[in-house]
Design a protein around this ligand. Sequence first.
Ligand code: IDP
Ligand code: MG
Length: 170
Amino acid sequence: MAIEQLLILIKPDGVKKSLTGNILTKLSEARMVIIGSKTLKVSRELAQTHYYQLKDKPFFGELVDYIQGKIYGEPYDRVLAFVYQGEDAIARMRKIAGATNPEEADPVSIRGAYGRITTKGVYENVVHCSSDPSEAEREIKLWFNPEEIVKQIYPTKKVVIEKEEKEDWA
Ligand code: IDP
Ligand code: MG
């Protein structure tokens, strides 16, 4: 079986419910390794690009607000992002994550145990998990820069950036 990598997000409802430890413990059952991790606030643009395949769905606006943590506000309006790698990683991690609809998910999966459907109809399902290798590649490249991942998983190139302003420690 192939070595794969995928993007996992702990969504803002997982952050709000203080489920980070529980989720990482459950995911560790698959014996995959973490090759990248960070906490970030999700911009509108990142949210819309991440979920672009769903842009015509009636719940798209709510979904973008959800992944941005809009309904939770400070200090929960953020996600934890991870790149996991291992043999057959995508199928194995998706099994632990559970079905998209938390009411249909296996009750011992992450989504089955911790997810809910809001009164507005949003599936608050606690985690995001890439569903195939090409989606995983698109998502990892969207959420992470090459230097944020401890292994080279996709080809990179050197670019010269001139006059780029960035934040540094004072
Ligand atoms: P996935 O997260 O299991 O891969 P996708 O179909 O890619 O499922 O949908 C992305 C996210 O959009 C889901 O995790 C869920 O939060 C939300 N979503 C998907 N389908 C529905 C729906 O029918 N109603 C409400 N929210 C949905
Ligand atoms: Mg998906």
